[in-house]
Design a protein around this ligand. Structure first.
Ligand code: CFM
Ligand code: HCA
Length: 528
């Protein structure tokens, strides 16, 4: 029996039928997988809610917008404390990222309505912080009681003469990624991108789908600036409303996380003519390939030469450290389970250290993230789409610019492997490795027993089960408060953190007291 079948085997017929399509052992270059469907009630998985994706992931890193969570305090705290939104104020700009603003709704507000409390919160925020932009994010109870957030946003916008934008991201509308990101991104492209004129001074790019966890976006910007680019906007790591507004003036969009933002790249192409390419700044080979392909896109000899110089200098700086960690990690095995892109990207960084991936999967990815964009026309399922406004965008004549014609792009596609394309995770995995969509807690434990990986990369909800099972667990969402892991310096940080974990296997040395002796022995009174 295959490993996948032996894990499925313990399920009842009904669960078996549901989960079977979500798990596969790779025999071909790509295989069809069931993805982006609602989880069966009763299975305990790792997915976050729509609000977590909208406020926590996409809007959260926007430094110059003051974000008010309209809801109970736990939602605001969760999406602030566990995310690692890092941001530095621009010269003379505002930075609210270190703060957590919430209306802290109580039972009486749920009964009598929360709008007055929201008005008061906005007034207090304006008086203390003087923001130019306020975002209001909805939570589950707000949707249930029917507070009219667009009306609150409109009247406060008029009252204070600032932008107040509401986001209808009630948690129950779906999962973090498919519903939450989409709601945030749609409003960003509809209301912000393209609203300010700007003339870039050099070859200009936006970085799409990069959230600056652990400072990744800073490392990427450092490298791109050294190569000679102007980075206009990052969506949304270390991002700012001021920069989103002028993002349409960039010559190229480079996508780090395809899952969370590919539809924005496509809409920007239609509205503003901006070409996009899938890049990847996690892992040395990927970073180098992305930099070379970007230079190829611009086809400027000075840029190409400078790119090669940056690559050579950066590699020289890290080569000793990389060799050390490679010696320590070569031959080890890993499993990865994260949201919708990191399980692919980090396999390639692990390969830089000689670590082999046995299992990888996603919480929120769609089939194209596993199998490549060529399957998009065949995708039928889209669990959360009914809760998302579908934007119909059109060419905006006076803001449209063509940096490369369609013919030139077609030519370039021969040299740039993922120009306006993404080939998915499966193609980069070895035959025989396992792919699991929406892995749940039972499956996590079963696969650990079957595969015995040396390390398991995932998130906070499963970290401690894995760690207490004696396996090295590293969080790829938050980097366990380390990072950056992107680019050249990031690769070294990653190698160091994984090596430290591998060579201090403290959880392996402990035996649960109840496995050795009764914890109550000698402690129940009386003399020993
Ligand atoms: Fe993209 Fe993300 Fe991810 Fe994602 Fe996420 Fe994330 Fe992630 Mo947590 S946008 S898909 S829904 S890279 S929040 S910054 S770490 S699960 S792999
Ligand atoms: C989310 C956000 C999350 C959760 C992290 C985790 C993040 O989608 O709910 O489970 O460890 O990266 O903060 O993915």
């Amino acid at each position: 029996m295959s490993k996948v079948d032996s894990v499925l085997d313990k399920y009842s017929a009904k669960v078996y039928k549901n989960r079977k399509g979500h798990m596969l052992e790779l025999e071909e270059e790509t295989q069809e997988i069931a993805a982006n469907s609602r989880t069966m009630p009763g299975l305990i998985n790792h997915r976050g809610c729509c609000y977590a994706g909208c406020k926590g992931v996409v809007l959260g890193p926007t430094k110059d917008a003051l974000i008010i969570t309209h809801g109970p305090i736990g939602c605001g705290f969760y999406s602030w404390g566990t995310r690692r939104n890092k941001a530095k104020a621009e010269d003379g700009g505002q930075n609210y990222v270190p703060y957590c603003f919430s209306t802290d709704l109580q039972e009486s507000d749920i009964v009598f309505g929360g709008e007055k409390k929201l008005d008061a919160a906005i007034e207090e925020a304006v008086n203390i912080f003087h923001p130019k932009t306020i975002f209001i994010c909805a939570t589950c109870p707000v949707g249930l009681i029917g507070d009219d957030l667009p009306a609150v946003a409109k009247r406060n916008s008029e009252k204070y003469g600032i932008d107040v934008i509401s986001f209808p991201c009630e948690g129950y509308k779906g999962v973090s990624q498919s519903a939450g990101h989409h709601i945030a991104n749609n409003i960003i492209i509809r209301d912000l991108i393209g609203t300010v004129d700007y003339k870039p001074t050099k070859h200009s790019v936006n970085i799409l789908g990069e959230y600056n966890i652990g400072g990744d976006a800073w490392e990427i910007k450092r490298i791109l600036t050294l190569c000679g680019y102007e980075v206009i906007a990052t969506f949304t790591g270390d991002g700012s409303v001021d920069n989103y507004r002028k993002a349409h003036t960039a010559d190229l969009n480079v996508i780090q996380c395809h899952r969370s933002i590919n539809y924005i790249a496509e809409m920007m192409k239609i509205q503003y003519g901006t070409a996009w390419m899938k890049g990847d700044f996690i892992g040395l080979d990927n970073t180098i390939e992305t930099l070379r392909e970007m230079a190829k896109f611009f086809d400027d000899p000075v840029l190409i030469q400078q790119t090669e110089k940056v690559i050579a200098d950066e590699l020289a700086n890290i080569s000793d450290d990389m060799s050390l960690y490679r010696t320590k990690l070569r031959g080890k095995t890993a499993a990865l389970f994260v949201g919708g892109s990191r399980s692919h990207h980090y396999q390639l960084l692990l390969k830089d250290f000689g670590v082999k991936t046995l299992l990888a999967g996603y919480e929120f990815a769609h089939r194209d993230d596993y199998e490549g964009r060529e399957v998009i026309p065949n995708i039928v399922e889209d669990a959360d789409l009914k809760n998302i406004e579908v934007l119909n965008v059109e060419k905006i004549e006076d803001k449209y610019k063509v940096y490369k014609t369609e013919e030139e792009l077609e030519e370039l596609k021969k040299e740039i492997s993922e120009l306006e394309d993404y080939k998915g995770m499966e193609r980069d995995m070895d035959k025989g490795s396992i792919v699991v969509d929406d892995l749940n807690h039972y499956e996590t434990e079963e696969f650990i027993k079957k595969l015995k990986p040396d390390m398991f990369f995932s998130g906070i909800k499963d970290k401690f089960v894995i760690q207490k099972g004696g396996i090295l667990s590293r969080q790829l969402h938050s980097y366990d408060y380390s990072g950056p892991y992107a680019g050249f310096k990031g690769a070294v940080n990653f190698g160091r953190d994984v090596t430290m974990g591998m060579y201090t296997p403290v959880w392996n040395y402990t035996v649960a007291p109840w496995k050795k002796e009764s914890v109550l022995e000698g402690k129940l009174g009386g003399e020993d």
